[in-house]
Design a protein around this ligand. Structure first.
Ligand code: ZN
Length: 313
């Protein structure tokens, strides 16, 4: 099997002349034979590219399809929603595994030896199960936090810190305002806060995403949409809405690891550097490609440890 891996609009894997295109955000320089979207975050798909190749199979999980189709007009031809974990398309074998990042996020094993992690969270969370670490010959791994600045405290410690902050704001002001990425950490937080037995109000986007979670079997209850009748409670907004609320809101994101302010909590749906290294060590690949975020830092760290690593990013 001859294999070539490049970054062109998305991750391109050429296997014996056929191109697999993963998570395209721009038009690739080649014509793909298969397109796969690992999950429904906007930095992992571009609707124009997905619709530009109508006869090329587009593969995504059912849940990813629901999240993307909520706000986009996705083509209807040649879409394969992966209810099953194994399939063969254009003589290429594909196996899908949970990634514990957001609803529907998957890792992909191609021809039994190439693994693409997509965005991945190795930790145990209150939502979803920890993912399997896949053995790979060639590993393509995300590196959003592939930097020593981003080694996160244990999740149960972060849960405790966050709950303490939220309870304090609620009792002091009658309202706690929390900003987190949606879909993703926002839904994890709704589930976490539901233990507190106070009203939970979600911004309409967070609310719509949470509904898709519950429709797909994720047990999240007790949340309402924010409207004019909303009263005392915990309010959850998408993280991008928080920039004018610093000093008041509570910000929950991995990027918070470098902030000194205690209103920033580094709880992430990605893995920190130590977890990324744990993945690589267990997977034990011959060749590693890093992608996204701190891809260059992470590949340098891997090289120091004796791995054959290079950044695609
Ligand atoms: Zn993501």
């Amino acid at each position: 099997m001859s294999t070539k891996i490049v970054y062109s609009g998305g991750i391109g894997i050429n296997i014996d002349g056929k191109w697999v295109l993963l998570d395209p955000i721009k038009m690739p320089s080649f014509k793909p034979d298969i397109i796969i979207v690992s999950h429904a975050h906007r930095d992992h798909y571009n609707i124009r590219v997905l619709n530009a190749f109508p006869n090329v199979p587009l593969i995504l999980s059912n849940e990813t399809y629901s999240l993307i189709a909520r706000s986009n007009k996705l083509r209807s031809e040649d879409i394969i929603k992966t209810e099953e974990s194994y399939m063969e398309v254009n003589s290429i074998s594909l196996e899908f595994f949970d990634a514990n990042h957001i609803l529907g996020s998957r890792q992909i094993l191609i021809n039994g030896e190439i693994v693409y992690t997509g965005d991945i969270c190795l930790e145990k969370r209150i939502i979803f199960k920890p993912p399997e670490i896949l053995k790979a010959e060639i590993l393509i791994i995300e590196a959003t936090y592939g930097n020593p600045l981003y080694i996160f405290p244990e999740r149960k410690i972060l849960y405790r810190q966050l709950l303490k902050k939220v309870i304090k704001d609620y009792f002091d002001r009658g309202k706690a305002v929390v900003y987190a990425r949606s879909p993703g950490v926002a839904q994890e937080l709704i589930k976490l806060f539901s233990k507190l037995r106070v009203s939970i109000y979600a911004h309409r986007t967070v609310y719509a995403h949470t509904q898709i979670y519950t429709e797909n079997g994720c047990e999240i209850t007790q949340y309402k949409i924010i409207d004019s009748s909303s009263e005392e409670g915990i309010y959850i907004y998408p993280i991008w809405m928080g920039k004018n609320d610093i000093g008041n809101g509570i910000f929950v994101t991995g990027w918070a690891a470098v902030e000194k302010d205690e209103r920033f909590i580094p709880l992430s749906s990605h893995s920190g550097l130590n977890m990324l290294l744990a993945y690589v060590n267990t997977s034990n690949p011959q060749k590693i490609y890093t992608v996204y975020g701190y891809a260059r830092n992470f590949s340098a760290i891997l090289k120091q440890q004796g791995y054959d690593a290079e950044s695609l990013w």
